[in-house]
Structures are given as structure tokens and as C-alpha cells.
Design a binder for this molecule. Structure first.
Ligand code: UP5
Ligand code: MG
Length: 204
């Protein structure tokens, strides 16, 4: 992707930190195209004829990272489709595509590969809170979400992977001065106010 045509914001944070919720709010305010890697993987898992269905299902349940080729292809395709469809529509300002890439990259190999072959991000929005807060939110959501990984056992595995695989990615981008950390312990409104400020800065 041509950097003059797209602005990419990576949205990271632990499981249940509020990435998806806050992305929804940022879409309303700034007109981004929101792409959740997890949502794309779940859709691919459901897709009839997908050769990756079982692999994705196992990784999600075990809280491990799906091989990057699968996820990068899904993201790249979704970005291309969005660019083709929406260039003059909602979510696009000044002819530039704006993307919130949610829950990605969550492992170093993905980060290096995506930066090199698809697009560099302008900023990394990092939602930080405690495991206690995240666990509570996920268990509440688990009562109705139907997500196979919203149970205590999977959540613990997701926390482990987050620490071992994703924290190094956040440190890597920190070293590049790209990370804007937002405390996501507060209410949806409070967190949105903080995130909104970061994004406004990044877009200006
Ligand atoms: N909630 C949100 N904000 C709140 C607030 N401020 N106060 C009170 N409640 C709040 O929020 C979670 C819950 O909390 C919701 O019920 C919400 O209402 C409430 P949400 O916004 O959904 O949080 P989010 O951070 O998006 O949590 P999510 O569960 O989606 O995070 P994960 O990172 O675990 O999930 P994701 O879908 O990104 O990935 C799932 C799996 O896919 C991974 O474990 C992995 O196996 C796989 N994957 C890959 O392999 N590769 C990838 O690149 C990406 C994913
Ligand atoms: Mg999410």
C-alpha cells in the first residue's frame, strides 16, 4: 500500500482490554475502516471450503497465534477490498484510506512481515489494564458471546501468549517511538476520550 493513500493505526492490548469496543467508537468519530484480525480469522474459520478452519479453531481455543501467512493474507485482502469499494464513501477522508488494525500484529514475525510487505503503521494505540479487569470483562462477555475462547481455561492461555508473544511487539514499536499507551481500566467513555486524543494527534 502506498503511504500517501493509507493511514494505518495498529490497536493492541491484552485479551478483553477493550480494543474492539474502542475501535467501534473511533470509527464513529473519525471514519476509519476497522479490521479486527480475530474477527477475520473467525469468519475464515466459518467459511465453507476454507482449508484453515480446523487450524484456526485450534489456535483460538488454545490462545496461540495462527501462522502469520493466513492472517496477513486475510488483512491484505480486506484492505484491498475496502480500498476498492470505499474510496469515496464513508470512512475515507481526503481520498486516504484510514485503517484501524485491531489485535494485530501480536507476534514479532507478523509485525516485521506486515511492515515490510503490506504497510507501515503511523501509530500503535496500546490499551493497557490489569489481568483482573480483563478477566472480569471476558467472563461477563462469555455468558453471551458464544466465543470458544471466553472461558477461564482459554483466557489464561491467551494471557500467557499475550505476555510471551505480544509484549515484545509493543516493546519493539516503543523503541521506534510509535506507541501511545492508553489506560483502558475506566469506563468506555473515559477510555474513548483518551484514545480519541491520541488518534487526533496521529492524524494531524
Ligand atoms: N468492555 C470493553 N470496554 C469496557 C470498559 N471500558 N468497561 C467495561 N467493560 C468493557 O471488550 C471485551 C468485553 O469487555 C466486552 O464484553 C466489552 O463490552 C467489555 P472488547 O472490546 O471485545 O475487547 P478486546 O480487547 O477486543 O477483546 P478480545 O477478546 O477481542 O481480544 P483478543 O485479543 O483476545 O481477541 P482477538 O479476537 O483479537 O483474537 C482472538 C484469537 O485469535 C487470539 O487469541 C489468537 O488465537 C487469534 N489471532 C491470531 O492468531 N492472530 C492474530 O493476528 C489475531 C488473533
Ligand atoms: Mg476484539
Amino acid at each position: 500500500f502506498d503511504h500517501r493513500k493509507v493511514t494505518v493505526v495498529y490497536v493492541l492490548g491484552g485479551p478483553g482490554a477493550g480494543k474492539g469496543t474502542q475501535c467501534g467508537r473511533l470509527v464513529e468519530e473519525f471514519g476509519f475502516c476497522h479490521l479486527s484480525a480475530g474477527d477475520l480469522l473467525r469468519a475464515e474459520q466459518q467459511r465453507e471450503g476454507s482449508q484453515f478452519g480446523t487450524l484456526i479453531q485450534t489456535c483460538i481455543r488454545e490462545g496461540t497465534i495462527v501462522p502469520m501467512e493466513v492472517t496477513i493474507k486475510l488483512l491484505d485482502n480486506a484492505m484491498l477490498a475496502a480500498m476498492a469499494e470505499n474510496v469515496t464513501g464513508e470512512g475515507w477522508q481526503d481520498g486516504r484510506g484510514r485503517f484501524l488494525i485491531d489485535g494485530f500484529p501480536r507476534k514479532m514475525d507478523q509485525a516485521l512481515k506486515f511492515d515490510e510487505t503490506v504497510c507501515l503503521s503511523s501509530v500503535v494505540l496500546f490499551f493497557a489494564t490489569t489481568e483482573e479487569v480483563m478477566l472480569k470483562r471476558l467472563l461477563v462477555r462469555g455468558q453471551t458471546s458464544g466465543r470458544e475462547d471466553d472461558n477461564v481455561e482459554s483466557i489464561k492461555k491467551r494471557f500467557r501468549t499475550y505476555k510471551s508473544d505480544t509484549m515484545p511487539v509493543i516493546e519493539y514499536y516503543s523503541g521506534q517511538g510509535k506507541v501511545a499507551e492508553v489506560d483502558s481500566s475506566g469506563t468506555v467513555e473515559e477510555v474513548h476520550a483518551l484514545a480519541s486524543e491520541v488518534v487526533r494527534d496521529a492524524l494531524s
